[in-house]
Design a protein around this ligand. Structure first.
Ligand SMILES: [Zn+2]
Length: 59
């Protein structure tokens, strides 16, 4: 069994693809969220995409 205890992605919504993560991000931003970004999860046990805050925009 693989556990992700204590990892950054614990409790976060996971997306299988970047597209899904960006769609989720867009909805959060439309609801008034601050700057958010979709990013690839570092956790090997996860390998998904998450939406979170970034200190600097990548663009
Ligand atoms: Zn993750």
């Amino acid at each position: 069994m693989i556990r992700t205890k204590g990892r950054a992605c614990a409790g976060k919504r996971r997306h299988d693809t970047e597209e899904q993560a960006e769609d989720h991000r867009d909805r959060l931003i439309a609801n008034g969220a601050v700057r958010l970004a979709a990013y690839r999860c570092r956790n090997r046990a996860c390998r998904g995409w998450h939406v979170g805050h970034l200190p600097k925009p990548r663009i």
